[in-house]
Design a protein around this ligand. Structure first.
Ligand code: NPG
Length: 373
């Protein structure tokens, strides 16, 4: 597929309520979109980098610069999504920037041939079970109110964000109030190996797992922790590639994996992580990074894969945004529908997107380029 140009568009979109984690409190999302113009179709990519480098080293201004200055000049003249890995390999890191370009190229390619993201990735479900991620709150009554609301809406499982000082008590309160629900926690690297005994205090609550308790590079620490706890360990930030997943599983550092395509370089690498996990008999689930309807569409396609046997963080649009940039995704009977139309299977609402747009830059691609530089 030949591309004539690429639009880099930044929007600002308010969240329905603040989302507090151990690393940040988000009240809005600054989102970078990549829109590629192909011969037969255009495609959209959403970059998951947040405003500041607090979740990972990437951040939205940096991602935009990397895409503009280092990735777009390396696009092959005749581009396909699988060709991007090798073309971008000389650029170290910047998986979120790379993923955004890949998502857009794959969308354009698939729209051109009339195939859905889910069909391309190998999805086997047309509706998927979904959970909801609940941020850190000011008080336990406030937390219980939020969880009550989400369960009433039909979410299949609850994930509580935790950090030192907000862990055992909120978990106990939710267990006592709601009984035998599917419950998991996410620490976003907020603990150290010295917290092992404290984290074992979560064991009696029979959580599905604790996600990413220790720093991302500490695979050995996670392996040691896994043998000290009865609560299973899930890794997110540590799983930067299929290689990292294979290493973590071989080491016994986790027994569940959270896959975020936008964080691991794109849906092709995400699919490889899924395949490695399945080969180890380890369940995966689709993580989320507060994506708009465009990123959500692709995440739902991923969540339809056979190894995604646990509910994902692919909640309905109204859990995040009162006005999404696509027609809203809705939760029906506790399930989300996987888009089946060509490519992402959803269209951006251009008037909404335009109203939220803060900057837009068009990069024309020279038609004579070879793609290497
Ligand atoms: O439902 O999209 C969602 C949010 C799920 O908790 C969630 N995401 O650490 O996994 C995370 C967290 C996150 C959000 C991370 C935004 C980085 C940015």
């Amino acid at each position: 597929m030949r591309l004539s140009g690429v639009e880099l568009r930044r929007i600002r979109i308010p969240l329905v309520s603040p989302f507090r984690t151990s690393f940040a409190t988000e009240t809005e999302r600054e989102v970078l979109f990549v829109r590629v113009l192909g011969e037969d179709a255009e495609g959209w990519g959403e970059c998951v980098a947040i405003t500041e480098p607090l979740y990972s080293p990437e951040y939205v201004d940096g991602a935009e610069q990397v895409i503009r200055d280092f990735l777009l000049p390396r696009l092959p003249a005749d581009v396909t999504a699988p060709a991007l890995g090798p073309a971008f390999a000389p650029v170290k890191g910047h998986a979120m920037a790379k993923a955004a370009v890949e998502m857009a190229v794959l969308d354009a390619e698939l729209r051109g041939v009339g195939m859905s993201y889910a069909a391309y990735l190998g999805g086997i479900r047309d509706r998927v079970s979904t959970g909801v991620s609940v941020g850190i709150m000011d008080s336990i009554p406030e937390l219980l109110d939020h969880v009550t609301g989400y369960l009433a809406e039909g979410y299949a499982r609850i994930k509580l964000k935790i950090q030192p000082g907000w862990d055992v008590d909120p978990v106990r309160a939710v267990r006592e109030r709601f009984g035998d629900i599917l419950l998991q926690v996410d620490a976003n690297t907020a603990y150290t190996r010295a917290d092992t005994r404290h984290l074992a205090d979560l064991d009696p609550f029979e959580l599905l797992f604790i996600e990413q308790p220790l720093p991302e590079e500490d695979l050995l620490g996670h392996a040691t922790l896994a043998s000290a706890l009865t609560t299973p360990i899930c890794l997110d930030e540590s799983i930067v590639s299929a290689q990292a997943a294979a290493d973590a599983l071989s080491l016994g550092a986790c027994s569940v994996i959270n896959v975020k395509a936008g964080r691991v370089g794109g849906y092709l690498e995400a699919r490889r992580i899924h395949d490695v996990s399945m080969a180890h008999g380890v369940p995966v689930w689709c993580g989320g990074m507060l994506e708009t309807g465009l990123g959500r569409a692709a995440n739902l396609a991923f969540a339809a894969l056979p190894g995604c046997t646990l509910p994902g963080d692919v909640s309905a649009s109204d859990r995040y945004y009162s006005q999404d940039v696509t027609e809203p995704f809705r939760l029906v009977d506790g399930l989300m529908t996987v888009p089946s139309g060509p490519g992402l299977g959803v269209e951006p609402l251009m008037d909404v997107l335009d109203a939220m747009t803060e900057s837009k830059r068009f990069v024309r691609l020279p038609q004579s380029r070879t793609g290497s530089s």
